[in-house]
Design a protein around this ligand. Structure first.
Ligand code: BG6
Length: 483
């Protein structure tokens, strides 16, 4: 694909994506409450290659949660982020310099509703996002906002048991409506839930389930997801009346699965695993539960409360676009893997980074083609990127490896565009280095801009442009023609 020129559509959105809990810091400032992200402790002895299959380490019980809240010894990087709360003007100026015409970020739920169940929002929290959104808009960027990116107010876990409790429909819908009312004139593109399909990797941060408070974890996960479907539908219903220009999307993560061999068992197994991931978008883009899920529920002792009223609101309020994060593909072996999404096999044809995330641009092309065939709804690449332990020297980082990765993935997007797939945005992850979601390291860097902070938050926090900064600037200026 190296010499091909790509013509991205006029008005294509080029930018970057972040999450409040990985950048803002200031976790106890201006009335912000504690959230699930604040109790992710940095673990310097973590096995980077294996952590993905052991994400259960990031899960909590009532006891470990209480300990983390009062712990004075450990370091909790997401409480401190990369300092965006104080440096947002500088960061937005750097993005503007790169030529961004869009910026995806999240609003921290615990800044707006510190406990989650209040009736009135915290004004100080809203004022912070007034400033951020104005800065983004004034810099000529379209703000794309995630309402919830892994930061459930802790009180909603301890008091209500997280999203499996229908009360959360009321609380999150109230929060979402506050955001739509306040920012709906400036923010036209909303993603209520980050990567809604990852419940089985992280039921703590996605749906707020404490392990000691559940007798049937999988049932509770699916009940919680059902409640998130209703929230999405209610917010869509509200937004339609408020301003028909507002678009609401469903977001999925990393859904490329390859069968390990051409053995029919492997092919069917991979198909079954991937349809479990499509399920979330099936409900919200097509308007109903796919029938195979009812068989799965029945055979696995999962009883979900789905009322007739729920079915109607979901059916009548399908969402507007599909947001997609893509980092790597997975390979499945029907003999070695199970339906547990954490189980995958090695792909001998692909190289990977230090965390075992494979480099597979064709996987992105494959996914985009599949999604388009299935849904025919506009697609946003809401995240993509290459985590690497950068070497900072002479005031910069020579990150050719990142440029190569991004170039190949933009080419893959360009190929899909040539096929006629409606893709309207490419937003690489973490344009300014930030704290890792999965491992809470600072040294897993994605940015075009280096941030002088280590895994323990030591450093000046100053920002330095990497080689990729100038490369991405050129890509944007040429609307993707100059890669
Ligand atoms: C996505 C998340 O899954 O992957 C981001 O939405 C996250 O929050 C990104 O940062 C990369 O993962 P990690 O673990 O490398 O930070």
């Amino acid at each position: 694909m190296n010499n091909v020129k790509y013509n991205f559509p006029k008005g294509f959105l080029w930018g970057g994506a972040t999450a409040a809990c990985q950048i803002e810091g200031a976790y106890d400032v201006d009335g912000r409450g504690l959230s699930t992200s604040d109790i992710h402790k940095y673990n310097s002895t973590l096995d980077r290659k294996k952590y993905r299959s052991k994400l259960v380490e990031n899960e909590h019980t009532s006891e470990t949660l209480a300990k983390a809240v009062t712990d004075k010894e450990g370091y909790y990087p997401k409480r401190h982020g990369n300092g965006f709360y104080y440096r947002y003007k500088e960061d937005i100026a750097l993005m503007k310099e790169m030529g961004f015409n869009s910026f995806r970020f999240s609003i921290a739920w615990p800044r707006i509703f510190p406990n989650g169940d209040e009736l009135e929002p915290n004004q100080k929290g809203l004022e912070f996002y007034d400033k951020v959104i104005n800065e983004v808009v004034n810099a000529g960027m379209e703000p794309i906002v995630t309402m919830f990116h892994y930061d459930i107010p802790l009180h909603l876990l301890t008091e209500y048991g997280g999203f499996r409790n229908p009360k959360l429909i009321e609380f999150m819908t109230r929060y979402g409506k506050v955001l739509l009312d306040r920012y709906g004139d400036k923010v036209k593109c909303w993603i209520p839930f980050n990567q809604t399909n990852l419940i089985q990797y992280n039921s703590f941060k996605s749906v707020g389930i404490l392990r000691d408070k559940t007798d049937n974890l999988v049932e509770d996960q699916y009940q919680a997801i059902h409640h998130q479907f209703i929230i999405n539908a209610k917010l869509k219903q509200y937004a339609k009346k408020l301003n028909p220009e507002i678009k609401i999307g469903i977001m999925l993560a990393d859904c490329t699965y390859y069968p390990h061999t051409c053995k029919p068992e492997d092919i069917v197994f991979a198909m079954k695993r991937i349809r479990m991931q499509y399920f979330y978008a099936d409900v919200q883009l097509r308007g109903e539960y796919p029938r195979h899920m009812f068989r799965y529920f029945k055979e696995n002792n999962i009883n979900i409360n789905i009322s007739e009223e729920d079915k109607i609101i979901i059916k009548e309020n399908t969402l507007d676009f599909l947001a997609l994060s893509y980092y790597y593909s997975r390979t499945l072996d029907s003999e070695k893997n199970t339906m547990d999404p954490a189980t995958i096999s090695e792909n001998p044809y692909l190289e990977a980074n230090a965390w075992g995330w494979t480099i597979d641009p064709l996987g992105l092309y494959h996914s985009l083609s599949q999604y388009w065939a299935r849904y025919q709804k506009p697609i946003m690449i809401a995240e993509n990127g290459f985590g690497y332990e950068d070497v900072f020297e002479d005031g910069t980082v020579h990150d050719d490896y990142r440029i190569d990765y991004l170039r190949q993935h933009i080419q893959a997007v360009g190929e899909a565009v040539k096929d006629g797939v409606d893709i309207f945005a490419y937003l690489p992850w973490g344009p300014i280095d930030l704290v890792s979601s999965g491992t809470a390291e600072m040294s897993k860097r994605y940015g075009f801009v280096y941030v002088d902070l280590d895994d323990f938050g030591k450093g000046t926090g100053d920002r330095f442009k990497k080689d990729s900064f100038y490369w991405y600037q050129k890509v944007i200026a040429s609307n993707g023609a100059d890669l």
